[in-house]
Design a protein around this ligand. Structure first.
Ligand SMILES: [Fe+2]
Length: 492
């Protein structure tokens, strides 16, 4: 039996496949194939790619939320009601899949399963924070494996319901500063370093009902309107939003710590992508797991995990489209040592929003000009920081890591660079860096870093996603060739 998880119909459609042994055979995003950013529809090329990895005729289909419950929320909240059908949710792919029977699972339970069943833990307190599932916006769970069956068990301990939502608050502020909600929250997070948190009191007065209970005075689903903090500097709005959201997250973690049985934290939902806020998690838990795709696309894996039932075999996030061949360590080094900047498109694509070495633009992080050069290539706002990817055993030598964070293998947390003057390209205005640590796992990026370190005495590289402006991350070799041609950067 294969368990095929589907996230589709709203945003960031994705498919994951787990086999009868608990191996994750495939996990990929629709947008990478259709080139339509945040594509809500499953596209044919994604399905064909996924089906290549299916190793059994028997397939069970699992969907990432309960569409009829969600429709009831939409009806009750006046969002507009359309009776959901599989034809509407899955489009042409429903017929492509021969109109299968599809099992549905609660949205937050899928987040919980995507986190817990990929985690190294035998038990965990699971915290899910996102914009909204069906009705849930925050949930706290006890999760464990049944000794006799090996199946994962979940008990929901506490929840916050729509429209009170930390995620919707952050999305409303994203919209307020002119960015796209449910897409560019990570830019708002980056802007926070350039502002002052001088509007926190205004936000609390106008929007928040009870900040410790996390209730709001209004439904923030549609945003706050342009008159809210009308003359404020957008950077100050960003800083204040980050400040307030961090306060609220710590309230949730404090509650989880009190009511959850386990001292292991599994954290999921789109808010778990806020790597700046994640530095605070170690104040509550010593052992932390955030699956590299904790948002709704990752729920395809959560749905498949619920179908499979037991702990899955997690090794890494390289689960998407394959570009065959050995990782081109020497060709990458040749370009890095001469031109300082190089693209890499090799092996299986990352499952998640971050490029972690297989679809990356890499650069020498030393020197004062490299940040501007890479920003120029990517046509990005000047304030946007770049991330370092570093040999894991050197991370403490080069960075002050937050409490109880000993690694950050999927760029889940920020640290503070000990020598920011030596590595200005990977240090943000607030002194933080979004770190990716690479263990001794034999991966391509590991081999590259080892050789780079041997040749330069520098254990890290600058790492950013390989994508053409306005498009999702490069998926196949044709995308890589197009990138090379457009930007005149060698892609190995
Ligand atoms: Fe979600």
């Amino acid at each position: 039996m294969n368990y095929l998880g589907i996230s589709a119909g709203f945003h960031d459609a994705a498919i994951s496949v787990i086999n009868h042994d608990g191996n994750i055979l495939f996990a990929g995003h629709s947008e990478r194939y259709s080139k339509n950013k945040h594509d809500k529809n499953l596209c044919k090329d994604l399905l064909l790619d996924a089906m290549d990895y299916v190793d059994s005729d028997q397939i069970e289909y699992h969907y990432y939320e309960r569409p009829w419950v969600k429709a009831m929320r939409q009806l009750r909240s006046g969002e507009g009601f359309r009776w959901p059908t599989w034809n509407r949710l899955l489009g042409n792919s429903y017929n492509f899949l021969d109109q299968p029977q599809i099992h549905t699972h609660a949205h937050h339970l899928c987040h919980a399963a995507a986190g817990f069943q990929t985690s190294p833990f035998e038990d965990a307190t699971v915290v899910v924070i996102d914009a909204i599932g069906e009705f849930d916006t925050i949930t706290i769970w006890d999760a464990w494996y049944d000794f006799s069956t090996g199946k994962a068990e979940y008990k929901k301990l506490w929840s916050m319901k729509y429209p009170d939502s930390i995620g919707l608050f952050y999305s409303a502020m994203t919209k307020r500063v002119g960015l796209r909600p449910l897409d560019e929250e990570y830019i708002l997070m980056g802007m926070a370093a350039y502002g002052e948190p001088n509007h926190v009191a205004d936000m609390i007065n106008e929007l928040v009902d009870q900040k410790d209970i996390l209730t709001f005075k209004q439904n923030l689903h549609a945003g706050v309107g342009e008159d809210f903090l009308k003359d404020a500097n957008p950077m100050d709005i960003a800083s204040s939003s980050q400040h307030l959201v961090e306060y609220m997250i710590t309230r949730v973690m404090s509650r989880a710590r009190t009511i959850g049985r386990s001292r292991n934290l599994v954290y999921g939902g789109g808010v778990a992508l806020n790597c700046l806020a994640n530095r605070l998690l170690g104040n509550f838990y010593e052992k932390i797991w955030i699956m590299p795709n904790p948002g709704d696309a990752g729920n395809s894996l959560g749905a498949a995990c619920l179908g499979y039932g037991a702990k899955v075999n997690w090794s890494d996030c390289f689960l998407g489209h394959n570009i065959p061949g050995d990782y081109p360590v020497n060709p990458i080094l040749d370009v890095l040592l001469t031109d300082k900047i190089v693209g890499v498109a090799s092996g299986r694509a990352e499952f998640g929003p971050r490029a972690l070495g297989n679809r990356s633009l890499l650069a020498d992080p030393r020197g004062t000009t490299i940040k501007d050069q890479v920003n120029e290539i990517k046509r990005r706002q000047k304030f946007r920081p770049f991330a370092p990817v570093i040999l894991e055993e050197y991370v403490d030598q080069y960075f002050n890591m937050p409490r109880h964070w000993h690694n950050s293998r999927y760029m889940q947390v920020v640290g503070t660079c000990r020598n920011p003057d030596l590595f200005p390209a990977i240090v943000h205005a607030d002194g933080t860096s979004r770190i990716q640590t690479v263990p001794k796992d034999g991966s391509g990026i590991r081999q590259l870093l080892e050789k780079w370190y041997f040749m330069t005495d520098c254990p890290m590289l600058l790492n950013t996603s390989l994508n053409i402006r306005g498009e999702p991350i490069v998926n196949d070799r044709a995308d890589a060739d197009r990138f090379e041609k457009l930007y005149n950067i060698k892609v190995c």
